[in-house]
Design a protein around this ligand. Structure first.
Ligand code: GTR
Length: 425
């Protein structure tokens, strides 16, 4: 018996190393070539029992799916990191954006058990047009707070120097401002909190000595145990630390916190939202492979390519499924279903075939059975809606015209959906 297990493990290892992590694996863009597959049923326990009550879901099945995602996709989030956090208000302006908002810049200082420290910078805009507590949208930016706006008062994020030294581009002021509909969100009464994800963990395996990883004793992103967390897990942890801070902020309503992310940060937003129930709405913008898109469709980016291109994102156990999506005992609709009974929103873009818009839609659609368990409404049909026709039930979805990006249109849809959700609270 022991021998058989050893042989099985060896062959799994060989599959992973021979077939896996292949940047040049073929990419399928042909619907006709999507393999036939059967999606695992989120409401079927590992022992074969069907889930028919909320209690069974919350006590048994949800944990099973959570364990799969922790151990086989993003890596296990440590229960205790031993990291302490302090906050310091660096600047505040009650007349930001021509009086529309109060801005605050807050320095986070993290101290590890090893005594090392690390700093990150949060930018928070709070609307002035309403009083009292407001909902907040928490969203990482890619290249620094200064890239999200032309506001000269916004300080360069601390990670920008080190990322630029690696040749990473587009860190200039306002360079990604088109992705940040601050005015719209503020006019509609929402606060926005942003931080560069590289302030938490630089998006490069070459920089594993920097950021939060440098505070974790004995942790090395390049020589991790197979179930240890990677960058997506660490970024998700960072989202929760931002929530810790926001919960204490006088003007923020901690019952109305939203987590939003684009692309790789969309994958992160999903994983953060699944783990942290303080996020009442979880929004994935074009998150694709390893995010909202079903893996078993093997359409657009696939596991072989993503794990080869970004070996630091997932736990290394995920590599086993490279060029072997059929062997996955789970799929991404089950990840999304872990958000229930809170609200999940998936958005796609028509020209973003790399992220498999249809796979993203189906994933959102197939969470429906879990929402129904809570007497809530998932998406009505497996037919993907037409472009620019948002569907806002307890699960939200839209596909817009255009490519891989965050547009004002996306923000409008998210704000409409959040308004609807928060009206019910
Ligand atoms: C791509 C990657 C995608 C997506 C994207 C992004 O290179 O293949 O999975 O995450 O980057 O984050 O913009």
């Amino acid at each position: 018996m022991k021998k058989r297990i050893e042989i099985l493990m060896l062959s799994l290892f060989m599959t992973a190393t021979i077939a896996g992590q292949n940047k040049n694996a073929p990419v399928n863009y042909d619907e006709g070539k999507v393999p036939t597959f059967e999606l695992p049923d989120p409401l079927k326990c590992e022992n074969g029992e069907s889930v028919s009550t909320i209690k069974q879901w919350e006590k048994v099945r949800r944990h099973e799916i959570m364990k799969l995602y922790s151990e086989q996709v993003y890596g296990v989030t440590p229960k205790q990191t031993g990291i302490k956090m302090k906050h310091e208000l660096v600047s505040s302006n009650h007349e930001a954006m021509g009086g529309l908002a109060t801005s605050k810049q807050v320095r986070f200082t993290f101290t590890g058990k090893n005594g090392a420290t690390h700093q990150a910078l949060l930018l928070l805009y709070i609307p002035n047009n309403t009083q009292g507590r407001v909902p907040v949208i928490v969203s990482y930016n890619f290249h620094g707070n200064q890239t999200t706006t032309f506001d000269n008062e916004v300080i360069y994020s601390p990670s920008h120097e080190i990322m630029k030294s690696l040749g990473s581009d587009n860190w200039g002021r306002g360079e990604q401002a088109s992705r940040w509909s601050y005015e719209l969100a503020l006019q509609r009464g929402y606060a926005i909190a942003t931080m560069s994800y590289s302030d938490i963990c630089p998006d490069s395996p070459e920089l594993c000595e920097y950021g939060i990883p440098s505070l974790l004793q004995g942790y090395n992103i390049n020589s991790r145990g197979e179930h240890e967390w990677g960058a997506i897990g660490i970024w998700a942890w960072g989202y929760s630390r931002i929530a810790d801070y926001l919960e204490k902020e006088k003007r923020i309503d901690k019952k109305r916190m939203v987590v939003l992310g684009h692309s790789r940060i969309g994958k992160t937003a999903l994983w953060a939202g699944v783990q942290d129930s303080r996020f009442k709405v979880v929004i994935s913008n074009d998150s694709g492979c390893g995010g909202a898109a079903l893996s078993k469709r093997v359409f657009g980016e696939n596991i072989a390519i993503i794990t080869a291109s970004f070996p630091h994102w997932f736990c290394t156990a995920f590599n086993v499924y490279s060029e072997n999506e059929a062997a996955l005992p789970f799929d991404q609709h089950e990840l999304l279903s872990l958000v229930a009974p809170r609200h999940v929103y998936v958005a796609s873009a028509e020209d973003d075939q790399w992220a498999d818009p249809r796979g993203e839609y189906l994933s959102a659609y197939y969470t429906g059975s879990v929402y129904r368990l809570y007497n809530m409404q998932g998406l009505p049909s497996d037919a993907q809606p037409a472009v620019n026709q948002p569907q806002h039930y307890d699960v939200g979805y839209h596909i817009r015209t255009g490519g891989h990006d965050v547009k004002n249109y996306d923000w409008q849809c998210y704000l409409d959906f959040c308004d609807k959700v928060f009206k019910k609270l």
